[in-house]
Write a protein that binds this ligand. Structure first.
Ligand SMILES: Cc1cc2nc3c(=O)[nH]c(=O)nc-3n(C[C@H](O)[C@H](O)[C@H](O)COP(=O)(O)OP(=O)(O)OC[C@H]3O[C@@H](n4cnc5c(N)ncnc54)[C@H](O)[C@@H]3O)c2cc1C
Length: 368
């Protein structure tokens, strides 16, 4: 009897969750499937602002990876991958062990931490990985309710994620006289349409969220944030939502990287290693670069699934061509959302309803 081929999924990001779901319905005989993930669940970012605003309980945004593995007949290894020996085809894990693979796929996302910023690691929390943020938010709110800390928040990063989260937090704290400041090194909301930007700025103003542009954070302390010009922003919660940083260990893999992200071609294979696939935010699609967004991670899933099978069986590969743009539904805190895609930005309760339906449908497929 020949030994099973080892297929290892690294990280339980959106693409891998969908691949596991597909595998549960259609397994490939002779293949041992393993998922390496630090947590047995993975949070779905689309619903994070709704959770922060208090519209969803915590468990509604968790994808149950352990359950998916059980259904797919896959082994779940609770660990972080810390390195990759491509010559020996082994993954190094945070528990000091090594895991052999024939084919491996990386879906480990990004991080929004700022380790070079003095005081960040000790006193701030990053929006991603978001499990941490969700936990800290709940604990911080309990402290606020107990009167132990004042409801002052500083958000570092004035992109869509920072703004959406600031509006969600403002909504949740609306009766507490919270002070929320968004600090942006350049211009607020640089990557959305001009009209949608204008509306979002008006919503921030209405929610009494202060926005500072061209403001550079130099240090974070237990009392808040210091800016380059000497301004001090008092805050008992500092949230980092500035940009996307690739994971450091990818640097030592010898894989071709673009700005630190694994460069892949249309088959989602690393450009100079056909045994490694990379998807979601940790990958850079050289053939069709796109911003980091969950919509691409989700759409890559059927192609990854087909190509993992092809790599294991020698069949033909599929090409992934991402859509040019997508409908961005930005939640406004209070069960309303704004759409940024068409020239005229639309907003209202019906768009929140639409977003809620899309998110609920996405999550339902994992509960089969
Ligand atoms: C507030 C907010 C709102 C957003 N809203 C939207 C939206 O409405 N629409 C949209 O398209 N995009 C949105 N995004 C972006 C979206 O969240 C990401 O593009 C998406 O999550 C990327 O998915 P992924 O598959 O790359 O993996 P991720 O969801 O990032 O998951 C990566 C997984 O890998 C695991 N992992 C990490 N490191 C390791 C390791 N070393 N070893 C093993 N496992 C590891 C992590 O635990 C995690 O579970 C939003 C982001 C934020 C912050």
């Amino acid at each position: 009897m020949t030994a099973a081929q080892e297929l290892v999924l690294v990280g339980g990001g959106h693409t891998h969750a969908l691949v596991l779901e597909g595998w549960a319905r259609d397994r490939l005989p002779g293949v041992a499937l393993t998922l390496v993930t630090p947590e047995p669940t993975a949070p779905y970012t689309g619903m994070l602002p709704g959770f922060i605003a208090g519209h969803y309980p915590r468990d509604t945004l968790e994808i149950d990876l352990a359950h998916l593995c059980e259904r797919a007949g896959a082994r779940l290894l609770r660990a972080r991958v810390t390195g990759l020996d491509r010559a020996a085809r082994r993954l190094h894990l945070s528990d000091g062990t090594a895991l052999p693979y024939d084919i491996a796929a990386l879906d480990v996302g990004i991080t929004s931490d700022l380790p070079q910023l003095p005081g960040y690691t000790e006193h701030a929390v990053s929006a991603k990985p978001l499990g941490n943020y969700a936990r800290r938010w709940e604990a911080w709110r309990a402290h606020v309710a107990a009167g132990a800390v004042s409801p002052r928040i500083a958000v570092i990063g004035g992109g869509v994620a920072g703004v959406e989260l600031a509006l969600a937090m403002a909504h949740r704290l609306r009766d507490l006289g919270a002070e929320i400041t968004v600090i942006e090194a350049q211009r607020m909301l640089p990557n959305i349409g001009a009209r949608a930007r204008k509306r979002l700025l008006a919503h921030l103003d209405h929610a009494r969220v202060r926005c500072l542009e061209q403001a550079e954070v130099t240090e974070i302390s237990p009392d808040g944030v210091s800016l380059q010009d000497g301004t001090q922003i008092a805050a008992s919660l500092v949230l980092g939502a500035a940009g996307s940083r690739p994971q450091d260990w990818l640097r030592d893999t010898g894989l071709h990287l673009t700005d630190g992200f694994v460069t892949v071609g249309p088959t989602l294979q690393a450009v100079q290693d056909a045994a490694i696939f990379a998807v979601g935010d940790c990958a850079h699609m050289a053939h069709a670069p796109r911003p980091k967004a969950g919509v691409y991670a989700v759409r890559q899933a059927p192609v990854l699934q087909a190509n993992l099978r092809a790599a294991l069986t020698g069949g033909p590969m599929r090409r992934y061509t991402p859509q040019r743009d997508y409908l961005k539904l930005i939640s406004l805190g209070d069960r309303r959302a704004l759409a940024d895609k068409w020239a005229l930005p639309l907003e209202g309760r019906w768009l929140w309803w639409l977003k809620d339906r899309i998110d609920a449908r996405f999550m339902a497929q994992f509960r089969a």
